[in-house]
Design a binder for this molecule. Sequence first.
Ligand SMILES: *Cc1c(COP(=O)(O)O)cnc(C)c1O
Length: 347
Amino acid sequence: MMAFDIKRLIRDNVRDLKPYASARDEYVSDGSEKVFLDANENPFDNGLNRYPDPQQRSLKSILAELRKLNEDQILLGNGSDEVLDLIFRAFCEPKSDNIITVPPTYGMYKVLAGINDVENREVILNANMELEVDNILDRTDDNTKLIFICSPNNPTGNRFISSDIERLLNSFEGIVVVDEAYIDFSRGKSWIAELENHPNLLVTQTLSKAYAMAGIRLGICYGAPEIIAVLNRIKPPYNVNELTQQKASQILLDKNLVPEQVATILDEREKMSRALTAIPYIDKVFPTDANFILVRVDDALQRYNQLIDRGIVVRNRSTLPRCENTLRLTVGTPEENIKLINVLKTI
Ligand SMILES: *Cc1c(COP(=O)(O)O)cnc(C)c1O
């Protein structure tokens, strides 16, 4: 096993890049009153007339404290989608590098590979929806830069076996990205705790799911300062707007709201899983560590359309490998879940 060498992984153009220095980068406010005539802003104060902090220091300090990390281990983006795109752009040379994804999984990794003109090597999960670690490692070569693991996985709902992810981290010389969009619903613990042991680990999280803030678009990437510094060099200067920074800080500092909502969602998840098991045409209710439940039915398209006709929209995941005739059901409010179960019983 070779040591992790970030210089080998970074694209040449990114390594040599001189980042755009914004007005707010060149002069960092120390909080004391100044006359700011450096950024061509409208000077009349309405709370938003100034550019936001490009390094999002205040928000990062809140996250650093919550996650027990340093601010230089945190990158913020306009949703996870931007964060994931930055990871591609930093490390993957178009037309020559490749990545590995493990379908059935989140579709954005493949889309981003396409946009960035990077080969996507797919290693399908086994019949238990677990990682095929040996097959994944066999498919890597000198041009494999990234492996994307979504845990808990969307759309299957399971979290992956820790020792499988550990083996990837120990054996792969590129970067393993663990997407933890659903970690707050999981019985397993976050890989953030393992960052100090694995220089090639990146963990992504989001405020879009448990934190009830999909509308503000805030994605987070945690990793070694060396990697985070590379991503910060290439991000658009003002990628996280002022309203998002303020709203994100507010929700993160509220110690009660999100944990209470998550507890309710978890209760509902268990109730729903039990109720779904009793429905005759549901052949399988997949175990879940997320805020959704994958079910296998007799005829997914027919059931999907019957639900739509009764005003309920779910996701048909049947085109994904190992997901024939499956629907993905998000856990809603108690009232919504009762409605879903009642409708499922009558169709
Ligand atoms: C929903 C989801 C995200 C969140 O993306 P945002 O751009 O932050 O809203 C990320 N990864 C997975 C697997 C998801 O399901």
